[in-house]
Design a protein around this ligand. Structure first.
Ligand SMILES: Nc1ncnc2c1ncn2[C@@H]1O[C@H](COP(=O)(O)OP(=O)(O)OP(=O)(O)O)[C@@H](O)[C@H]1O
Ligand SMILES: [Mg+2]
Length: 351
């Protein structure tokens, strides 16, 4: 702004000087009234040329002023647009956070609904067995009180008691298992132990603990991980992820008697992240299931032991304590299953 005033000021000084020069030229022309016509014409032509150049100069100054003004307006407009864009970005970030929160709430809602639904079955069965047992017991008590108890009655009661108590126990165990899994869903990052550990060692250790189960089915395990990757994080969470993925391969990947290969490849990326690729060469996951496998309670094994919480827990561990990401790679049908887990070698300290 100040340079603009400065330049206009200079222009005005210049205009004054030019006016003065033009005035003295006119005066000179008067004084040369009696001079040689050739000289007078020459001076008149010079004055005319000078005043033309002055006019042209003033026109240019005006154009330059207009351009400067336009530039200032454009700059202002640019500033305004930039502020608008920044504001829009802030709003977008806010919206994104709200969405993430909403998503979390929605998945929590689905989880709570699912918990109620899942627990309902075993608890319901246990309850009806218990009431059946109670009925049978009071029948027996009545017969006993009437001194009318026969050996058949007693044997029937024993059979009922044995059956119902077996069912009650089995269903209570199922309910307890479910509660155990639900507890894992709410992964508490402070409860799992954080420490530095060797990546290759930790992977090998976890897989060794699974060897009996894998060997039983004839599966092979291949681990490719360079030694000396020193991770600062939660080895328990990583191990839980690998156990779940491996158990899934065994349970869902192969038909009974069919042996396969489970591969784990881990390496450090350029930006100090651990990239772990887990794969099996089993049946793979049908395309229509791929975007549902991380949902709580999605299972293709309902009724034969599957709760559908395994991969949900795995996802929560990967994105929670490990501060990373987990994705199912899109392989062609029947080409096995592959997950990619990426997490920082050194996880950020809680603020
Ligand atoms: N390696 C795999 N090969 C083929 N299908 C798989 C594999 N891993 C997961 N799936 C599919 O994804 C579904 C969800 O897996 P998830 O671990 O969440 O549940 P689940 O194993 O059925 O039950 P849970 O783990 O709670 O006992 C499985 O039911 C199965 O259909
Ligand atoms: Mg599972």
């Amino acid at each position: 702004m100040s340079s603009e005033t400065g330049e206009t000021g200079t222009a005005f000084n210049l205009f004054d000087a030019e006016e003065r020069v033009l005035a003295s030229a006119t005066e000179l022309e008067h004084r040369l009234a009696d001079a040689d016509p050739g000289i007078r014409q020459g001076v008149a032509a010079l004055t005319e040329a000078y005043s033309r150049s002055v006019r042209e100069q003033r026109r240019l100054v005006k154009v330059s002023d207009r351009l400067q003004h336009q530039l200032a307006t454009l700059n202002q407009e640019l500033g305004r647009r930039r502020a608008e864009a920044e504001e829009a970005l802030d709003r977008l970030k806010e919206a994104q956070e709200t969405l993430v929160q909403a998503e979390k709430l929605a998945s929590l809602g689905a989880l709570v609904g699912g918990v109620a639904h899942e627990i309902n079955t075993p608890v319901g069965i246990a309850l009806s067995c218990a009431s059946h047992l109670a009925d049978a017991t009071s029948d027996l008590q009545r017969l006993f009180a009437a001194d009318d108890i026969g050996i058949d009655d007693f044997e029937r009661f024993l059979a009922t008691a044995a059956d119902t108590s077996r069912l009650i126990m089995a269903n209570c165990e199922r309910a307890a298992d479910l509660i155990g899994s639900f507890k894992q869903v709410a992964v508490d990052r402070t409860s799992s132990e954080r420490r530095r550990f060797d990546l290759a060692g930790s992977i090998a250790e976890t897989l060794t603990s699974l060897t009996p189960r894998l060997r039983q089915e004839g599966h092979k395990v291949e681990i490719v991980c360079p030694p000396g990757i020193d991770v600062d994080g939660y080895p328990g969470a990583l191990s839980q992820i690998l156990v779940n993925l491996a158990m899934n391969s065994v349970t869902h990947g192969y038909d009974p008697g069919q042996a396969g290969i489970v591969r784990i490849t881990a390496a450090l990326t350029e930006d100090d992240m651990v990239r772990l690729v887990y794969s099996d060469d089993g049946k793979g996951i049908p395309e229509e299931h791929r975007n549902r496998i991380f949902d709580p309670f999605f299972t293709t094994r309902r009724g034969s032991g599957g709760t559908g919480l395994g991969l949900h827990i795995v996802y929560n561990l990967a994105t929670g304590p490990l501060q990373g990401s987990l994705s199912l790679d899109n392989l062609p049908a029947q080409a096995g299953t592959r997950f990619t887990l990426i997490f920082p070698r050194q996880i950020a300290r809680a603020p």
